[in-house]
Each structure stands twice: as C-alpha cells, then as structure tokens.
Design a protein around this ligand. Structure first.
Ligand SMILES: [Zn+2]
Length: 487
C-alpha cells in the first residue's frame, strides 16, 4: 500500500509507550538541565557577554557528551563559537541527518517589562519563562531527550540515523560568520537532510510543520543630482530632481495588480500547488486578529492571493525607506542635491538572488535620466528554501509529529529569512523544520517562554523521527533523488 500523502491523513500511528515512559522518567532532570543552560546569558549582540556565549557553547558540548554523543566539538569562528555533535548510527546505509539550532539569545533586561528575571528561569502555569526558553535553547535541548527516548524505546545503543547537530552562537546577530563556517566545515556537516529546530507551529491546538522559508536580498540606492541644493524657482522644471527620481523608482516597483514590476523578477518562481493552497486555507486564520498583530489597518498585496499566500509563498518588493530634500518645519523651495531609497526583496524557491540583484541594477540604470548619478549597494543574500509536500523526509517529519500530538498536522511556511536555508544551498540537502514553539511564546519579547507540554512533544516527535527516517528513506531512494535533481 502506498504511503499516505501528508495532509491526507486518517489516524496517526499510536504513540510508543516506551518513548513516553522514558520522557516522563527524565522530564525533571531534563528541565533542571535546561534551566541551568538558560541561566547563562549568551547574548551574542553584547560584546560584554562574549564569555557567556563561550560558556554556553562549552555547557552544551558537555551535555551532548553526557547524552552519549561520541563526538562533540566547539567550533571557533571570528565571533561566537558553534557546537558540533555527531553520533554515527553504525547501520550501513543509514541516512545522515543534521539538526540545526542556535545557543545565543536576544538581549533581555528585567526593566524591558519581564515579570521575572530573564536569566533566572521560572515555571508558571506549565510554561518556563526565560530568555531563550523557546528561541532557541529549549528547542535545541529537546533533541537530547528525544535521542535518549529513541534509544530507550528501540533498545539501540546508537541512533537509527547518523545524527549530527550544529548549534551556532551568532544567529541573533545575523549569523555573520556562519556561512563561512558552513563552507569550511562542509565535509563534516555533510548530510542527507537538515532538520531545523528554530521555528514554531501555528498554535497549541493546531500543530503544523513548516515547509519553507523565504529568502531575502536588500539594497540602498543613493541618488545624486545638482552638486548642491538649488532654488526651485530659478531651476525647477528644467533639471532632474533626485527626490523625484527616488519616488519614481519606488512607484515603478509594483504594477496595478500589486505585482512586482521588475523585469524577470518572477522567473523560475515555484508556484503553490492547488493542494498547498487548499491546505493553507484549512488553517484557522483570523485576518482581523492578524491585522492587530500587524498593527495595520488593512490587508493589501498581490491580487489573486490570500494573505497567508502573500506572506509565505509569494516573492515581494518593499520600500523600507525613502529620504531626500528638506525635512524641517515650514517650506524650503529647493531641488535637493541627493535622495536615498532602501529596498528589500523577499524571494521564494526557484528565484536566483544574484539574478534579482542584476535585474535591479539594470532597472535602475534604465530608469534614471541623465544628470542623476547613483550608487547601488546590496547588503546581503539569504536564500529561500522549500521542501515539496511529497518529499519522503518531510513525510517522516509529519508522521512523527502526528504520532506525538495524536492528531493530523497541517502546513505552514515562514515569511522571514534565516541562515538555515543556506544549509540547503551549501550542503545540497533538503531543509525540514521540527519546531514546537507557538506565537504566544514571545520570541525576542519580554516574558519569553516555552510550553513544557509542547517541549516534551518535540522530544517525542524527534524520538520517532530517527526511526521513521531510517525505515522509510533508503539509500537507494536518496541516490535516485540526487540523480533526478541533477538532470
Ligand atoms: Zn532562533
């Protein structure tokens, strides 16, 4: 009988009593350990916390060794160190899985509005409050409990997959050295699939699996006209105005249907399948509530797409800033000498960031009149990633989540961008997401927390996942996939 497709499930497989018993047995010790880790204020943005970021890396490496990982290493970068752990399966042909997370945290101070010290974890109403509880220490650490439960339930002494972990120390500071680390350590990080545990689910009641992230490229365009501000009466209407040209560029970014008008922008875009659109539409989305979180007074975007489709699956262009000319009180009738435009482009699977950058360059040159000089600076690139719903590794993630939660799971994507997606590019392996955080966890906000029931569900899902991947995803299947990708 063929495997059922995700999202077409009937009843999830029953939970494994041995997995649940192991998690229950170890729950208290697991939470004590996590609390100890959360007490280390590993704030990567604060140079004065550099020693804490290091302490956090050493602490994790020690705990991975204690869990049983035969290889644990702290990898130096120009900035905060990363932690690598490896636990070979011992089974020939076992798939290799790389778990990604981070051990640094956002800054936090009690005076920001916390009800308890952000670095003194406190349990209230089944939730653990601390900076990093959900983002991302809790979600990294559930993997130690997950692998223990996997071994206890299967009687194995090593996991059914070759298990690797990479936990970086600068994610909250934009991962400045992670791409370089990925490249230099590519051989050690080699894998068949990446599991990112730095994401969330729709809600406690609606467990979901994220299937992709958008990419990003952003730029600044400086426009220079007259050599100085000049009189708009003496010269206006007869010379080019850089502020007008900035506005013309901004206005020309979208067409009447709110589609991005940059030539070639949609080339290669992987469109949503009808099934994906159906499944998105099944999510209990409340647009009014969403608008309140957006602090916006209306929804607006590309015609022919829903709000969720627009933020998850469609590429976009935004004006992030526009400046130029006189900004003081009253009027000053000048043609300014300069203006500036800051633009960002969210990208989806199939788009090539370098091609988009080239299209922007050509568009700017073509659009500007003589007499306007420009400088165009691109800040960086995050790549998009997407795993198709019928990918065998994604199906394993879905089955494992459904088994842990005892209910059908739906699908989301992430509108934002992050370094995890780059792993797909550098390692040539699909990126999958196993995250249990919910929006109420308050990432980056005061009173960040993690729901302890969901945290142990995450461990349970991980416990099932390694066996499921090993069973359903043979070396043969992986070779065929690689071949078909190369065609
Ligand atoms: Zn994070």
């Amino acid at each position: 009988m063929p495997d059922r497709l995700p999202g077409m499930s009937s009843i999830p497989a029953a939970p494994d009593d041995a997995v649940r018993a192991c998690i229950e047995d170890r729950r208290a010790a697991f939470l004590d350990d996590l609390a100890e880790w959360l007490r280390i204020p590993s704030v990567s943005a604060d140079p004065e916390r550099a020693s804490d970021v290091r302490r956090s890396a050493d602490w994790l490496a020690g705990k991975l060794a204690e869990t049983g990982f035969p290889v644990t290493e702290v990898w130096e970068t120009e900035g905060g160190p990363a932690v690598f752990g490896e636990w070979p399966s011992g089974d020939t042909g076992a798939p290799t899985v790389l778990v990604y997370g981070h051990h640094d945290v956002q800054p936090a101070d009690r005076s920001d509005g916390w009800h308890s010290d952000p670095f003194v974890p406190e349990e209230r109403d089944g939730r653990l409050y601390a900076r990093g509880a959900a983002d991302d220490k809790g979600q990294v650490f559930f993997h130690t409990l997950g692998v223990r439960a996997h071994l206890a339930a299967t009687g194995r002494t090593s996991p059914a997959v070759n298990l690797k972990l990479i936990v970086e120390g600068e994610e909250e500071s934009g991962s400045p050295h992670f791409p370089e680390l990925m490249r230099t350590k590519a051989a050690r990080l080699e894998c068949d699939a990446v599991i990112v545990s730095d994401t969330g689910m729709w809600s406690r009641e609606t467990p979901t699996v994220c299937t992709g992230m958008r990419g990003l490229t952003d730029c600044q365009i400086d426009l220079y006209g007259p050599d100085q501000d000049i009189h708009s009466g003496s010269f206006g209407g007869a010379v080019p105005n850089p502020a007008t040209e900035a506005a013309r560029l901004a206005a020309a970014l979208h067409d009447e249907e709110r589609r991005v008008a940059l030539p070639g922008f949609y080339d290669g875009v992987v469109e949503l399948t009808p099934r994906e659109r159906e499944l998105f539409a099944e999510l209990p989305f409340d647009e009014d509530a969403w608008l309140r979180t957006a602090h916006s007074h209306a929804a607006l975007g590309e015609e022919g797409h829903t709000t969720l489709e627009r933020i998850w699956a469609r590429p976009t262009a935004e004006v992030n800033g526009i400046a130029g000319g006189y900004q003081g009180p009253g009027s000053k009738t000048v043609i300014p000498s300069r203006a500036q435009l800051k633009l960002s482009f969210r990208l989806v699977a199939g788009q090539d960031a370098e091609k988009v950058q080239q299209a922007v360059r050509e568009w700017v040159v073509r659009s500007l009149p003589d007499g306007i000089r420009h400088e165009l600076t691109f800040w960086g690139v995050s790549r998009p990633c997407l795993t198709p719903l019928d990918h065998p590794a994604l199906r394993s993630v879905v089955r494992s989540m459904e088994r842990a939660f005892g209910q059908r799971v739906l699908f989301t994507r992430a509108g934002g961008s992050g370094p995890a997606a780059d792993l797909q590019d550098v390692l040539g392996a699909p990126v999958l997401f196993l995250g249990i955080s919910v929006p109420a966890d308050g990432w980056h906000s005061p009173d960040e927390k993690v729901d302890l029931d969901l945290l142990t569900k995450g461990a349970e899902a991980a416990a099932y996942l390694w066996g499921d991947l090993a069973e359903h995803w043979s070396t043969e299947a992986r070779t065929t996939e690689v071949l078909s990708q190369e065609e």
